[in-house]
Design a protein around this ligand. Structure first.
Ligand code: FMN
Length: 184
């Protein structure tokens, strides 16, 4: 009886939690996911923070917040895989999405990245996020690894001679997460 009660308590606690999950190559999306998770926790929500690669099941979560950067106009491949793997569950619970992309505070760049994001979303017509946001990202040519490093050296590459930058707006990130609490 006591064990059953404990199990039931555990189930109630677990199914009440929110998964904040992220894909990242250089860590900037992970840092944003950590800030989103911290803000949701401050709002009194129970949050589990996990890299997408490590998530085996969505069982036990009542909502998912998914964060992924854009690479060459596409969501990070971990996010593409995650969406395919968990399609069914993601249609049955609230999903919020944040994307990192633009690395300069340039209006034209942001317009182009919004178009990239629209194209990515169009590939998942079943996905109807309760919230969707594009945040500026972080770019450091000195930290690039192969093949990105090679790509950045090519004169025809959009990364050629792009300076290091960090345009993550932490105030906007926390405000978005704070508003999100009510939607999940
Ligand atoms: C090789 C490479 C390709 C990128 N392609 C895009 C892109 O197509 N669109 C975009 O908005 N940002 C692009 N970015 C910027 C990243 O999305 C941004 O740096 C982001 O903060 C990286 O996230 P991460 O540190 O979590 O991997 C690119 C960055 C690199 C290094």
């Amino acid at each position: 009886m006591c064990v059953r009660q404990n199990q039931r308590d555990k189930e109630i606690t677990t199914s009440d939690s929110i998964l904040v999950t992220y894909a990242t190559r250089y860590g900037s999306t992970q840092a944003v996911a950590e800030a989103v998770a911290a803000t949701l926790r401050e709002s009194g929500l129970e949050v589990d923070l996990q890299p997408m690669r490590k998530v085996r099941t969505l069982e036990g979560y009542r909502a998912v917040v998914l964060g992924a950067p854009l690479y060459m106009g596409r969501w990070h491949k971990d996010a593409q895989r995650f969406l395919s793997l968990h399609q069914k569950t993601l249609t049955q619970q609230p999903v919020a999405i944040f994307t990192l992309g633009p690395t300069q505070p340039d209006e034209k760049e942001w317009e182009g990245v919004h178009a990239q994001l629209d194209q990515e979303l169009a590939k998942y017509p079943w996905l109807t996020p309760v919230a969707l946001e594009l945040f500026g990202g972080k770019y450091d040519p000195a930290k690039l690894r192969f093949p990105d490093k090679l790509l950045a050296t090519l004169p025809a590459s959009p990364l050629h001679q792009v300076p290091a930058s960090d345009v993550r707006d932490w105030t906007a990130i926390r405000a978005w997460a704070s508003n999100l609490a009510a939607k999940l």
